[in-house]
Write a protein that binds this ligand. Structure first.
Ligand code: NAD
Length: 421
């Protein structure tokens, strides 16, 4: 059995532990385990950029491609001050399982730069985004590895990266990244896809529990792309959003938060700090607020051994990647009153519509928003049914059901392709 030193970190060990549990549960042969589990390859880059004041600052960046056996790899790029290569590797691994679970012809990848993007001006952010893509040329491409936005990056960053790559190859190449603005080959519905998908699945599980959406209360940690779009989608179904947060802290209002007002405030103030929509709570307190649906939509490892016994919800919808630690999972397994929608299913709407965007780019044929959403919901329904079937048939937790299905498919593809040479 191989042990990786390069990626070793809490979050990578957590992803590996999940893999080991799934591999054991389906008796995955030893001979296929390590190569299914560990990332295929990784590129680390040093990124000097000129600051607005004329000085030069240098940043560290990574791209980890976990699996290339089932198609080009796919996954977001994170700009965050705490990025490590181990975190990027764990996120790449989860991308592999997600793509496999929902049946996309992709392997998983992820990228990251160790930077707080809020400390950069817009021109500095542009220089960093372009420099990152410049260093990735040859390692990414429409048939190799297709990045997308993640924490700290957005449509504008994707547009700069697409422009940098296109200038290098000498023609417009929109299929090199997804999550672009619609004006440069983005897909209708992509910006809201992850949150819409989370909302759609939550509604579907509420229906299974016979809880009317209009009677559901929702708490959301993280109010960026995914958190805010989840709030909008669930509010449209009639649910009441009672708490939201960002990196500065949270706001709680039992009567419901006006989401449009919160979005307008963030557009102006850039953060939720001092938003007067309710009482102030910390991110830790927020997770323990009694609610129907709890949505972690920020970073990994926030549901832990300490708070897993204290959360008070009927549905834990993992919009973020890896929000629940292995120890917390064990506690949640003993709490059947909480339905966990695991990350690889819950937030898969983002990569599904990224796949649609890539298809549209390759064909130069563009779809309407309705076409996108109808196809998105059909794929989510199919994935949910397969997870529920596996869960019942093998008496697994929902996470184990999702991961075993996904891992078995990747391992099967690797087995069929064989070893080269
Ligand atoms: P984003 O940068 O748009 O938003 C992140 C939000 O989390 C912001 O509100 C930020 O203030 C908040 N945040 C950061 N640190 C925090 C902390 N320590 N405590 C509380 N809040 C904090 O990022 P995003 O694209 O919305 O991604 C959120 C999560 O969803 C991540 O786990 C990401 O991997 C996952 N995800 C994103 C997509 C996508 O399409 N963007 C798809 C699938 C999964």
């Amino acid at each position: 059995m191989m042990v990786s030193r390069l990626y070793d970190s809490d979050v990578f060990r957590m992803a590996c532990r999940q893999f080991d549990l799934a591999a054991d549960a389906i008796n995955l042969p030893e001979s296929i385990r390590d190569r299914t589990k560990y990332p295929r390859r990784c590129l680390a880059v040093t990124l000097p950029i000129r600051r607005d004041d004329g000085t030069v600052t240098t940043y560290e960046g990574f791209r980890v491609q976990h699996n290339l056996s089932t198609g080009p790899s796919k996954g977001g790029i994170r700009f965050h001050e705490n990025v490590t290569v181990g975190e990027v590797a764990a996120l790449a691994m989860w991308m592999s399982w997600k793509c496999s679970l929902v049946g996309l012809p992709y392997g998983g990848a992820k990228g990251g730069v160790v930077v707080n993007p809020r400390e950069l001006s817009t021109p500095e952010l542009e220089r960093l985004s372009r420099r990152y893509m410049q260093e990735m040329i040859g390692f990414v491409g429409p048939q190799i590895d297709i990045p997308a936005p993640d924490v700290g990056t957005n449509e504008q960053v994707m547009a700069w990266m697409m422009d940098t790559y296109s200038n290098h190859v000498g023609h417009v190449s929109p299929g090199v990244v997804t999550g672009k603005p619609v004006s440069v080959g983005g897909s209708e519905g992509r910006r809201e896809a992850t949150g819409r998908g989370v909302g759609y699945l939550v509604k579907s599980y509420l229906d299974d529990l016979k809880i009317p959406a209009t009677e559901a209360t929702v708490v959301i940690q993280g109010f960026g792309n995914v958190g805010s779009e989840t709030a909008i989608a669930l509010a449209e179904y009639g649910a009441k959003i009672i708490a939201i947060s960002d990196y500065t802290g949270g706001v709680y209002n039992a009567k419901g938060i006006d989401i449009k007002k919160a979005l307008a405030y963030i557009a102006w103030a850039k953060t939720l700090k001092d938003f007067d929509g309710g009482e102030t709570v910390t991110n830790e307190q927020l997770l323990e607020i009694p609610c129907t649906v709890l949505v972690p939509a920020a970073l990994e490892r926030v549901i832990t051994e300490e708070n897993a016994g204290k959360i008070k919800c009927r549905i834990l919808a993992e919009a973020a990647n890896g929000p629940t630690t292995n120890a917390a999972d064990k506690i949640l397994d003993q709490r059947p009153e909480i339905e966990v929608i695991p990350d690889v299913l819950c937030n898969s709407g983002g990569v599904i519509v990224s796949y649609f965007e890539w298809l549209q780019n390759l064909q130069n044929y563009y779809w309407t928003r309705d076409e996108v959403l109808v196809k998105l919901y059909a794929m989510l329904d199919k994935a949910k049914v397969s997870v529920e079937y596996q869960k019942r048939k093998l008496k697994f937790s929902r996470r184990l059901a999702a991961q075993t299905l996904a891992i078995a498919r990747v391992a099967e593809a690797k087995e069929r392709r064989g070893l080269f040479p």
